[in-house]
Design a protein around this ligand. Structure first.
Ligand code: ATP
Ligand code: MG
Length: 215
């Protein structure tokens, strides 16, 4: 479903070029769970941003089904993200003027759906349903951001360190939930993590090393 071919990605800062990916090719299938590990600064977040069209690459191609990301306009990529992707990022992007529940509803284009309460319950955050993001803890916000990402049942779920702010108990709740979700809905879930035990629970674990991806 996501096909990366001969990808090159570098950042240019004050005319200094930093190469992050060099001639990377990899195919993700249409469903399944993939983890991405690699040392800090190796390119995990960059890879997630490239796959979802949030960042641009220098050379090569990324195809999502038959669509070539490199040939899509900013608007087309934004539509694609809205229709196909769900995101759970460590810097959660919850809307501060909406409650946790309202944030989830907003992610489904304003459509109320029964599943939202079920997701909040399963993630152990139903008690903060009607609270505003500024009134909940960091770990609760992180789970709320995952709940919001899942509310619209995305075909592809992208998570950047989804358990990064959580204690062991809540980390396991989130892990179990995400793995069960992916299997039940036959979606594609790709997450970056520094937690090696969590990484091993994916169907495939990818390591970013020396500007490349290895399984
Ligand atoms: N917008 C940017 N401009 C310039 N350099 C960047 C930018 N974003 C990332 N980088 C650099 O690209 C490299 C990869 O960064 P990335 O954020 O993808 O790493 P990461 O694997 O997610 O790290 P971490 O585990 O710390 O989150 C790093 O060296 C980083 O400094
Ligand atoms: Mg990162």
């Amino acid at each position: 479903m996501i096909s990366i071919k001969n990808l090159h990605k570098s950042y240019k800062d004050n005319s200094i070029e930093q190469v992050v990916f060099e001639n990377v090719s990899y195919d993700f299938s249409s469903h399944g769970v993939y983890s991405i590990v690699g040392s800090s600064g190796s390119g995990k977040t960059t890879l997630l941003n490239l796959i979802s069209g949030l960042d641009v690459f220098d050379k090569g191609s990324i195809h999502l089904d038959q669509k070539s990301l490199g040939e899509m306009s900013v608007e087309e990529k934004s539509m694609l993200r809205k229709d196909t992707f769900g995101f759970g990022y460590q810097f959660h992007y919850l809307l501060e003027n909406l409650t946790i529940h309202e944030n989830c509803v907003a992610a489904c284009s304003g459509q109320e759906n029964q599943q939202i309460d079920e997701i909040l319950r399963e993630l152990g955050i139903d008690h903060i349903r009607d609270k505003y993001p500024s009134k909940v803890s960091g770990g609760e916000k992180q789970r709320a951001s995952i709940a919001r990402a899942l509310s619209k049942k995305p075909k592809i779920l992208i998570l950047d360190e989804p358990t990064g702010n959580l204690d062991q108990e809540n980390s396991l709740i989130v892990q179990d939930f995400l793995l069960a979700y992916a299997r039940k809905n036959k979606s594609l879930v790709i997450y970056a993590t520094h937690d090696i035990e969590f990484a091993k629970r994916a169907d495939k674990s990818l390591n970013i090393i020396e500007k490349s991806i290895s399984e």
